[in-house]
Design a protein around this ligand. Sequence first.
Ligand code: ADP
Ligand code: ASP
Ligand code: MG
Length: 814
Amino acid sequence: MKVLKFGGTSVGSAKNINNVINILEDYSKNDSVICVVSAVGGITDKLLLAGKLAQNKDAEFLEVFNTIKKIHLNIVNELIPSNNNNVVEFVNQRLDELKSLLDGIFLINELSPKTSDKLVSFGELLSSFIIAETMKSRGLSAERKNSQELVVTNAVFTKAEVNYSITNKNIQDYFSSASQKITILPGFVSKSINGEQTTLGRGGSDFTAAIVAAALKVAQLEIWTDVSGMFTTNPKLVKQAYPINEISYQEAMELSHFGAKVLYPPTVQPVLDLEIPIYIKNTLEPDAAGTKISNDAIISNKPVKGISNIGNIALLTLEGSGMVGIPGFSKRLFETLSQEKINIILITQASSEHSICLGIETKDAEAAKEAIDATFENEIALHKIEPIIVEDKLSIVALVGDNMKNHQGISGKLFSALGKNNVNVRAIAQGASEKNISVVISENHVKKALNVLHEQFFESKTKQLNVFITGVGNVGERLVEQIKQQKKFLKENLKINLRVVGLSNSRKMIFDENGLNLKSWKEQLANGEQATLQGFFEKARDCNLRNSIFVDVTANKDVADLYPQYLRESISIVACNKIACSSDYINYKELKRLSLKYNAPFLFETNVGAGLPVIDTLSNLIASGDKVNSIQAVLSGSLNFVFNNFNDSTKFYDIVKQAAAEGYTEPDPRIDLSGVDVARKILILARESGVEMNLEDIENAPFLSESGLKSDTVDDFYQTLIVDESHYQSLYASAKANNCQLKYVAKFDNGKASVSLQEIPVGHPFYNLEGSDNIVMFYTERYPEQPMIIKGAGAGADVTASGLFADIIRLGND
Ligand code: ADP
Ligand code: ASP
Ligand code: MG
């Protein structure tokens, strides 16, 4: 004989009930089966809602009642399309009783726990009847037995305790003479010794099934639900969660106690001593292996078996010097809560005995505070202890595994993974048996915390990076294309799962928490929502995904101004926008401080030399204890392009226009030609070398004509290039006469920096610099005479995009 339990979703529609019937028919070919059923999915909640509305004198309860009625009658009509008068009549009678009960609640304005149990019992009583009748109508040997006649409890309504001696005897007596192949039992419902209707607590149908399985000492208990087993963590919150094949009773109990709703916590207890294995199976996917819960679960190498979470937690903190060394203090505290029937989920006490923290359900918080403050009234009045502090909107996340005690460093990994992602831990508890480590965190961090921990303990091999890109012009577009192309490679070779979650240009923005499909990003973006910088930030913050990275591919000050907000949310920043790092020194320093404080790297390799590893190299030199003496560099790909192509047979205007068209200049070419762009770059290198400096401190001898420097608009500026052609030709002529090349050079020496156009003689390392190449020479204590030289293409969309990409991957290897 086997006991199978089918939950709310499994019996949530006519289609699913047909699945259940098929499974039962199959099983009953070889053996007799007992089937415990829940109420039709969602009905218990609706019954309670109708009761609450009626209690509050809200006539809307009638609408909820009508929905309940419709759902049941529709299911009956679908399952038994003809000759169903008797069944419909019975269902209608029960519904009439339900209606009278609700009318009564409405009338007297009261819903006691006792009435509540009567009310919710309708759910299981109806579903079990309909299912049994359907089976009979199909010629199966099926009977329904009301479990209220079998399961006897005390009179603690809404969560009654079972009287096993009477219950076991009832069950054994009934089944010793039952001749049907299939018995349908309503789960969850029971009666007190005095015959009042009671229930076993929300989710209690699992428990009914376990009670029956234990009373009859059957070979196995099967819990059929809407997921394929007990998962490594809640599959609704973590996509990567997967079913656990085998798990011990203890582990299953811990996981369910800490919120793995798939199994009602008391379920294990009746079958534990008898060693009846529990299988968790999926009604919607009957062939999936599911989970076996038993004592033979092999202790696996994995220390953590699963991670679970419970919401609606309040933390009570009792503090005060008067607590130290007073015997009986905890006893009084716990007795107070026990008298109020308040369940304590978690306890921690500081070793100083100075404070004690309790995790309880939020709904009990007010009553708990009142009762505890009353108990310790005297001590509070004498200032020996403080009035109790209550914090709510919290959740508990628990790591569970029998084998955790044999592994060191699990809590360390737990805290560092949470810390890195800015999840603040409010309290910690670790069972002495070390089967469980629980932390209390804010409830809006739960999804992120579960994902972070799941990645840490179950998928440590891949790291997920969640990228939000602003600015998809020339460079941004290349970056998205490079990510699309390399996604598979990164996953397979670097174990990095790189997902673009948000994309924005100045007009539109799009998001997908599961990662955008990059095949059609342009179309999606064209149809996106209206973009705002603040809106983009808020969305990135609210997604609250681990390892979030904001990528700034603009040259916009307003975007740079938002960096502090991102960093404070522990969202890392990768920027090719130079504005932040070349802004006021105080601002630059503040960004560095926030980055450290919130554990969110701020990378800007592409600020200097596009994709060339200039800043990374410099940081490595500094980090390893070297000191920069001087830097000499050609840092403007655009100016290099201009002066490499400009001569006495070309026009300065044409060359600048060409540089702009090929994407070598900033959108406003004056930023390059005035030397400001180069000044910003040498400023950043000076700062990264450890020097406090501002843009005004950099000597800038401009080469532009007077009118070029004064022009108001980009168009005006271009006009001056035509008018002042002779000015530029004279610069060229002088260099040619001296057998030199014109290069725009940045210098940092002795704490001072300058930028200027220079005539570079033959033989100098800058002389042969081609195209848009950059060169940086670092003279340091370790490289005093022969400098460390970095040279290569220093402008262009592709190389800049790959520099950004390299920064993103750097975060993946963190
Ligand atoms: P039923 O109605 O069949 O009793 P429940 O809703 O009570 O089903 O329990 C199944 C649900 O439990 C799943 O749909 C899932 O959302 C939730 N759940 C939470 N944690 C876990 C976990 N670790 N493994 C599987 N399911 C879980
Ligand atoms: N129907 C009850 C509930 O929703 C019992 C159960 O489904 O296990 O809590
Ligand atoms: Mg359940």
